[in-house]
Ligand binder design. Structure first.
Ligand code: CTP
Length: 395
């Protein structure tokens, strides 16, 4: 953590006094600490406590130095925004994007990862509203350091006690590690469906939206990689930091990938490439006739297999969208396409294409396996990158 920049946001709960001990530990670990306190936090602990620990001025208002636009500077300069403790009110505001004080403005204006340590009364924690807001934030990629069970200020025993200091330090360290564990890597990602035209108004395609690939691109950028995205037709907006090549057909995707592959150190093929294309694309709209038409097809290039055939040190990760016998089918693809690992995606039932949630298992070698669990595609992107970083390190 030495030399890294942490913004500690302190909100108004009784656990605010524990944030002072955390600030001290962070400073001792070499962190450059900016502390932002809400008006309610100031009712529990004095600004001077944090200023003395951080040896820097504490920020408490959007209006303290309007000329310096403090929320933008603080949002940009820090490697992580850690809100400890996070009250139910702040959690709700963050989930909804409300920005009515310095801290919530910073949280909206930053690209740095967000870490929250909720602490509150058990009933507030268990309220459906709080649970829904925490789920929203988690799905957006925030790290939630779960509160513990214990003695609460209202002299009750229950869930809602701020996580202990070691857990908080470990969680902040882990988020900081993730912010640059792909520094120096050049990542190439294929994403989205392809469209294979029959005539000017009809095409063969599938239900993929590219969400998982875009989340992997976003996460790779957040971890310091350079990212090339080769993206099939989707209404979704690619992350601004990626170099995106928009393509439509599988052949165009293959060409774009070949043009970018020589620079890549890691490639992930998430695209749902159409395996076949119409043998003939009609120049004009095909008119209906009395007789049923037969559509002649020809094979598209296998983009992942082409990458696998010319790897040259590239770490190659495939996806396998399966509806049955998924691990057996995926291991077969892993070998056939010369991948270093393959993420199996169960696209049967409610998960998979186009939906928010997903479930992934990563397979490698003859029996390597890591269950990445279920979650939003954002969460799974983070877990998949954790696994890839570990695999690269060990291999
Ligand atoms: N893939 C690719 N080019 C293709 C087909 C697939 O790059 N023409 C990639 C996908 O991006 C994915 C992996 O190959 O990473 C597996 O895709 P999938 O559709 O599950 O497998 P297929 O090879 O098409 O095999 P099958 O249809 O027999 O399941």
């Amino acid at each position: 953590m030495n030399g890294r920049r942490v913004l500690l946001g302190v909100t108004g709960g009784i656990a605010a006094y524990k944030a002072a001990a955390l600030a001290s530990r962070l400073v001792q670990a070499g962190v450059v600490l900016d502390v932002v306190m809400t008006a309610d936090a100031l009712k529990f602990v004095g600004e001077a406590t944090f200023a003395a620990l951080a040896r820097r001025p504490v920020h408490t208002s959007l209006w303290e130095r309007v000329d310096a636009i403090p929320h933008i500077a603080l949002a940009r300069e820090n490697d992580v925004i850690a809100i400890v403790p996070a009250t139910a009110n702040t959690i709700a505001k963050l989930a909804l994007g409300i920005a009515d004080d310095l801290l919530t403005n910073i949280a909206l204006a930053t690209r740095a990862p967000l870490l929250l340590a909720p602490a509150m009364n058990t009933t507030m924690l268990e309220h459906e509203a709080t649970r829904a807001h925490l789920a929203t934030l988690r799905a957006r990629g925030a790290t939630i350091v779960e509160p513990g069970v214990g003695f609460l200020a209202e002299r009750e025993h229950g869930a809602g006690r701020l996580a202990d200091e070691d857990a908080l330090i470990a969680a902040i360290a882990s988020v900081l590690r993730r912010t640059n564990d792909l520094a120096g890597e050049h990542v190439l990602i294929t994403a989205g469906p392809t469209r294979e035209p029959i005539d000017p108004v009809r095409f063969l395609s599938n239900a993929a939206t590219g969400t998982q690939g875009l989340e992997l691109a976003r996460e790779a950028l957040a971890r310091g990689a350079q990212v090339d995205l080769v993206l099939g037709p989707t209404p979704l907006e690619p992350p601004a930091g990626a170099r995106t090549t928009h393509v439509s057909t599988a052949c165009e995707m293959d060409d774009a990938v070949r043009a970018r592959a020589f620079e890549a150190t890691i490639a992930i093929a998430t695209a749902a490439v159409a395996d076949w294309r119409p043998a003939v694309t009609h120049e004009h709209k095909v008119k209906k006739t009395g007789d049923p038409q037969t559509l002649a097809l020809e094979r598209n290039p296998d983009i992942l297999a082409n990458l696998g055939a010319n790897k040259n040190g590239l770490f190659l990760v495939g996806f396998a969208a399966e509806t049955e016998a998924f691990e057996t089918n995926a291991r077969d693809k892993l070998v056939r396409k010369h991948c270093d690992a393959i993420a199996v995606n169960d696209v049967g039932g409610e998960r998979g294409f186009g939906t928010g949630a997903n479930a992934l298992v990563l397979l490698w070698g003859t029996d390597g396996r890591r269950d990445l669990g279920t979650g939003s595609k954002r969460e799974l992107a983070a877990r998949l990158w954790d696994a890839i970083v570990d695999l690269k390190k060990s291999g």
